[in-house]
Design a protein around this ligand. Structure first.
Ligand code: ADP
Ligand code: MG
Ligand code: ZN
Length: 621
């Protein structure tokens, strides 16, 4: 039934009920309401001519004027003049055994009346039900497409499957991850010439799982495979499978595979597979049941599936370790393609791909930009290129210049410049000494990354200044001496403050946190404590629901060891602080000069920093 019809029906019912009520009111209004004693008086004086008896009242006609006083009607109004001739009355019935005898004695015509109670009975049942229904429909409407509303669409499976044909993304748009591309070439080839593979009877992998950190280009790569092979691309995010109601996700999976079979050759791509494929039996909240059913359906569909139909299933995740092992078994997602964060060369290539659309000034050196962005993923680099273009556009430049890139990196690394944040001179001096301390120690320690910029312009939410260091190369392993040097650099800001002003400020909080984390890792994970020796000592969180789930967060070591760990961490930190204090005391003149210069210029680059060092060292000799 559509809404309009429903509504006119409501109006009709309402109007009918209103009419009924009015009518009964009017019929009552005409009769005079008598008291039973009055009725008896009238009866005994023979003024009553007719009575009809019903269960709860007596109605009839009588010469009411005989009572000799004004009457009140049913609504309590005093009778008006023209109503004086009105002879009908009504009186509430009271238990009176002699009623019939009296009536007979007075020779009154009387009759019983069976009242039609059907209407009132029906109404007393229907009215509350109707009220209920009205409230319910209103609620439903209010919820709109909300949860209760969608209860109606369970069967329909409005799966958000995105089907894309003729994607214009190709491998040329994906840079810096050549191994992954190479791996997927085979898939592209299969999708292009399926008959060649069919003839030879080779088994093409059914499911391909792309694994990599966020922003490394997993989604991009999957789309590129479809674009390169010129096949349809059916994509769906793992989180979209899992719905409020049990069974919906499973229906979606079936839907997805049915569509795919029609569109073959094509690629099914499940993004964020971990949302759907978490290991079963892990402690979880409600919705587990639904997720499990969906996952099971996916497994069933994948098993009953023949790659020769020309459909390839791809999925992406950044948390492969939490996936249900059943998903990774042969015949399912058995081919894994790992994407690493890009190295120096890779970063340059990615920057190139994205910078192609821009007009670059000749002074832009993308290799330099790549060198300043170790650890950045493809998405971060795309972001930097975009920021640089926006900055150049805002300044109305004809082309994007190197300083736009510099500023874009600073923005992405440290947040927006807050030039207008007003700081008291004393605060500025503290920040200047703090950053000068970081910079000097970074230059002094042999393995520390070299400083490219020091700035005391506040940035982002927390940073009041920053010292940017540039690693000379990508690192995969760090030696103990290098970690110690890192600790020194982290603590240097705080030590510089205390040397210059005799006390520390809250500005070093983040440094302290990072230093403490690093020291703890050295002790508990890298086995770099002499006292504790070569062992890893981590808290282990058991992922499974065990009878003793209470103990699921437990230590693998004793209380005593925990104490030693704390002592060792503290020792690493105080030792580092001591070393830094020695160095900075020896270089006190350089420290003060550097801070002074920072207060003047706010930002110093590497050459300026080295100049200050050379100058003060020369003076000392
Ligand atoms: P993920 O799915 O791994 O989180 P995306 O594929 O969504 O990452 O990447 C987001 C964006 O970052 C892409 O649209 C693209 O612009 C850029 N990007 C990421 N990796 C690369 C890469 N290797 N080459 C070119 N661009 C990349
Ligand atoms: Mg993605
Ligand atoms: Zn600091």
């Amino acid at each position: 039934m559509d809404d309009k019809q429903q509504f006119s029906m409501w109006y009709f019912v309402g109007a009918a009920m209103l009419l009924l009520a009015i009518q009964s009111l009017f019929s009552m209004q005409r009769a005079q309401l008598l008291q039973y004693s009055d009725f008896q008086t009238l009866l005994h004086s023979g003024k009553i001519s007719e009575v009809s008896i019903s269960e709860d009242r007596l109605t009839g006609t009588a010469d009411l004027n005989a009572l000799g006083r004004p009457m009140t009607d049913f609504l309590g109004r005093t009778q008006s003049a023209e109503q004086l001739n009105n002879h009908t009355f009504v009186v509430a019935r009271v238990p009176d055994e002699s009623l019939v005898t009296d009536l007979r004695a007075a020779q009154v015509k009387f009759s019983g009346r069976i009242e039609n109670r059907l209407l009132s009975t029906v109404l007393s049942w229907i009215a509350p039900a109707l009220l209920f229904f009205v409230i319910w429909t209103l609620l439903m409407r209010r919820m709109g497409s909300g949860q209760i509303g969608s209860m109606m669409d369970i069967g329909k499976s409005k799966a958000k499957i995105y089907v894309q044909k003729n994607l214009d993304v190709t491998f040329a748009d994906v840079a810096g991850i050549d191994e992954a591309k190479l791996e997927l070439m085979e898939v592209v080839d299969f999708l292009k010439h399926p008959e060649r593979y069919r003839r030879l009877g080779g088994r093409i992998p059914k499911g391909i799982l792309i694994v990599g950190a966020p922003g490394t280009g997993k989604t991009l790569l999957a789309r590129a495979v479809a674009g390169e092979a010129r096949v349809s691309f059916l994509s769906l995010s793992g989180s979209e499978f899992v719905e409020m109601f049990v069974g919906v996700g499973a229906a979606r999976v079936r839907d997805l595979f049915q569509q795919a079979e029609k569109l073959a050759p094509c690629i099914i791509f499940i993004d964020e597979l971990d949302a759907l494929g978490k290991a079963r039996g892990v402690i979880g909240v409600a919705g587990n049941e639904e997720r499990e059913q969906t996952l099971n359906q996916l497994l069933v569909q994948m098993d009953g599936f023949d790659t020769r139909s020309g459909v390839i299933i791809m999925a992406a995740t950044n948390r492969p370790e939490i996936l249900d092992p059943a998903l990774l078994r042969p015949g399912r997602f058995d081919r894994h393609v790992a994407i690493d964060r890009p190295d120096l060369k890779g970063r340059e290539q990615i920057l190139l791909v994205h910078a192609k659309r821009l007009t670059l000034s000749p002074d832009v050196d993308l290799a330099q930009v790549a060198a300043r962005t170790p650890g950045f993923a493809g998405a971060d680099l795309a972001n930097i290129v975009n920021e640089a273009a926006l900055l150049a556009a805002r300044l109305n430049k004809k082309s994007v210049q190197m300083d736009d890139f510099e500023e874009a990196i600073d923005r992405v690394v440290a947040g927006l410049e807050m030039r207008h944040r007003i700081m008291r001179p004393q605060e500025k001096a503290t920040v200047a000494h703090h950053e000068a301390g970081h910079a000097l120690i970074a230059e002094d320690r042999p393995t520390a990354d070299k400083v490219t910029r020091v700035s005391i312009i506040p940035r982002g939410i927390g940073a009041l200044g920053f010292t940017q260091q540039l690693p000379t190369e990508d690192r995969y392993l760090l030696k103990q001496s290098e970690l110690l040097d890192r600790l020194d650099v982290l603590l240097a800001g705080r030590v510089a403050e205390s040397l210059a002003f005799g006390e520390v400020s809250t500005g070093a909080q983040n440094d302290l946190q990072r230093a403490t984390d690093l020291a703890r890792h050295m002790v508990t994970e890298y086995g770099m404590s002499r006292t504790l020796g070569p062992a890893t000592l981590q808290n282990v969180r058991s992922p499974l629901v065990t009878p003793d789930a209470v103990n699921s967060l437990r230590s693998e070591y004793s209380e005593h060891t925990a104490q030693i760990i704390d002592e060792e961490v503290r020792r690493l930190l105080t030792d580092a602080e001591q070393r830094v204090r020695v160095t900075l005391t020896a270089q006190r003149t350089t420290l003060d000069r550097l801070a002074q210069l920072l207060l003047q210029k706010e930002t110093l680059d590497r050459t300026e920093l080295l100049a200050v060092r050379a100058e003060t060292v020369a003076n000392a000799h």
